[in-house]
Structures are given as C-alpha cells and as structure tokens.
Design a protein around this ligand. Structure first.
Ligand SMILES: Cc1cc2nc3c(=O)[nH]c(=O)nc-3n(C[C@H](O)[C@H](O)[C@H](O)COP(=O)(O)OP(=O)(O)OC[C@H]3O[C@@H](n4cnc5c(N)ncnc54)[C@H](O)[C@@H]3O)c2cc1C
Length: 289
C-alpha cells in the first residue's frame, strides 16, 4: 500500500480479474449463438494493455484502455462514472457484462453503479443465461441460499459469477494475429526502453524523435488492425470532479496487517515442494484460482 491508503500498483503484476473472464466467456457464448460485437473496456495503468491483448486472444472483437493519471485513486463510484462515460462514448449497445467483483477490492459495487449511471436495469450475481431475444434478457441469479430467475428489457447490465461458466482458452490463431497488438502508451514505453538499451541520450531533440517514432509505429499498427484503442478522460467527456481522488468519497482510514496466532498458522517447508503443496491446498480451498 502507498502512504495515502492507495494500492501500490506498480509493485503488482497485472492479471485478468477472474470473474471478468467469466463475463467475457458469457459474452462469447452470446455472440456464438446470436452474433454481435464484443468490446472489452478496462480502466487502468498502461500494464493493463496485456489484459486487453489477452481478451483479443480469447476472441473479443475490440479492446479499449482508459488510462489517465487523473483516474488514480478512484473508488468504485468514480470508477463506475468513468466507465459509464466510456460506454456512452461507444454509443449503441445491448448488454454490458461485468465480472461480479474484483479480487483486490471485493466490493461488487462497480457493476451495479455502472448500471445506475447508464440508467439501465441490472441483473447481478448471474450464474446462467436462460433466454435472450431482441427485447428482453432472462437470467438466473444466485441469491445465496437459492436462486432467482429475472427477466428485464434490453439494454441491460449483468454481473457474472465464477459459477456461470468455464472460460475458454486463448485461440492459437488469435494469439498469432494479436501478439504484436499494442496501445499507444505501450508503444511509447517500448520505444523509450529500446533507446535506453541502445544508450541514446535523453534530450529535447530525442523527445521530438521519440514522438515521431511513436506516431510512425502507431500508424503502422493501425494499418494492420493492431493498435489497441486508448482513451483518456477528456476523450470520454468525463467531468473531472467525478473522477480520481476528487470524485471518490471512500477514504481508507487505516490499513492493518493481520498476524495469525500460532494455532491458526501453518508451517510451510521453505523449498519448492513446500510452496507447491501450499499453492495446491489454496487452489483446492478456492482461496486462489
Ligand atoms: C479495506 C478497504 C475497504 C474498501 N472499501 C471500499 C468500498 O466499500 N467502496 C469503495 O468504493 N472503495 C472501497 N475501497 C477502495 C478505496 O476507496 C480505494 O482504495 C481508494 O479509492 C483508492 O483505490 P486504489 O488503492 O485501488 O487506488 P489506485 O491504485 O489509484 O486505483 C484506483 C483505480 O484507478 C485505476 N488507475 C490507477 N491509475 C490509473 C491510471 N493512470 N489510468 C487509469 N486508471 C488508473 C486503477 O486501475 C483502479 O481501478 C476499500 C479499500 C480498502 C483498503
């Protein structure tokens, strides 16, 4: 954690949030049966580009990264506002599919708040799609001690649980096609890294050169259909008062490390076997996926 109570994201690897994979799988199943176009949107640091590539490998049609330093420190309210601006920017849509919740925050708030902001009905905790026609969608939702079947008119938002499906693996052909797909910010980062490795100086001249190189690479990627869309808050028309820190009423008061008492702890042998056994146990207990 950073001192201000935000997550130090640069210290963490970017991963595909597990239930977002279930949301993508449901989107793919709907497309397989009814046709349509799947656009994956994520708000995050440039590293989130890898997750969008993964979505393309898994057969999504389009991918959009919302990256902007002014998004930092967004709580769920600000995040759902920014995502709602992006969805409105896309315009025409029938269904918005979200994972039930992220494994870092565990709030399950972003999907429902997004539906509120878009002014569309929502079905949360979806574990099965029952029926879809041109006007309505019917789904079974988990309500803890049982289930509920809900029908609503389209457009609608669904949040999808891990029980809904098993996500398909990346398609080899798509991996070959999209392995070089990049967002503009990744192109810039790679260009800068390459120049540092080549031992070239950073100066005002080199900044101009970098800009030209980035523009050239981006236009080459775009021609090949490999430039992943990158939007900022200005582009989606977001009101900055509702974004980032100023748009986030949730304040982290205190972060506490929990130290387990001896009887709740377990000794793990400090070797590969010990770690492997522990990981298997955590997977079996569904603590990690
Ligand atoms: C115990 C606990 C309970 C909490 N409970 C709630 C709760 O009930 N409701 C709630 O709303 N929040 C809750 N939070 C979240 C809290 O509000 C957030 O921690 C805080 O708002 C900042 O989020 P972060 O640490 O994830 O910050 P950040 O790391 O800044 O991330 C916030 C969001 O901004 C994105 N982001 C960061 N940088 C960029 C960038 N350059 N471009 C685009 N996107 C970017 C991140 O991907 C993320 O989605 C809780 C946090 C804790 C620790």
């Amino acid at each position: 954690m950073n001192d201000d109570g935000t997550v130090n994201r640069s210290a963490l690897p970017a991963i595909f949030n597990p239930e977002d994979l279930n949301a993508l799988e449901l989107a793919l199943q709907i497309k397989d049966k009814f046709g349509g176009k799947i656009t994956v949107i994520t708000m995050g640091l440039p590293a989130a580009g890898a997750i969008l590539r993964d979505s393309l490998f898994r057969s999504a049609d389009d991918a959009i990264l919302i990256t902007d330093q002014r998004c930092a420190a967004s709580d769920t309210l600000a995040t759902s506002y920014i995502l709602s601006c992006a969805v409105r920017k896309i315009g025409d849509f029938d269904i918005v599919l979200c994972g039930r919740q992220a494994i870092d925050g565990d709030t399950a708030q972003v999907g429902p708040q997004l539906a509120e902001k878009l002014g569309i009905p929502q079905i949360t905790y979806v574990e099965e799609l029952i029926e879809l026609n041109g006007k309505t969608i019917t789904a079974r939702r988990n309500i803890g001690a049982g289930w509920q079947q809900v029908r609503t008119k389209l457009p609608a938002l669904l949040t999808v649980t891990a029980d809904a499906n098993e996500s398909r693996v990346a398609a080899a052909k798509k991996m070959m096609k999209y392995k070089n797909a990049r967002t503009p910010i990744e192109v810039e980062q790679e260009t800068r890294r390459q120049r540092t490795e080549d031992g070239r100086q950073n100066s005002e001249d080199s900044e101009v050169e970098i800009k030209k190189l980035v523009e050239k690479t981006c236009s080459e990627l775009k021609e090949k259909g490999l430039l992943i869309k990158q939007w900022d808050l200005d582009f989606v028309g977001a009101d900055l008062n509702w974004c980032g820190r100023s748009g986030s009423p949730t304040k982290v008061h205190r972060i506490q490390s929990v130290v387990l008492a001896a009887k709740e702890s377990k000794n793990v042998e400090p070797n590969d076997q010990g770690i492997s056994d522990m990981i298997h146990e955590l997977i079996e207990d569904k603590i990690i996926a």
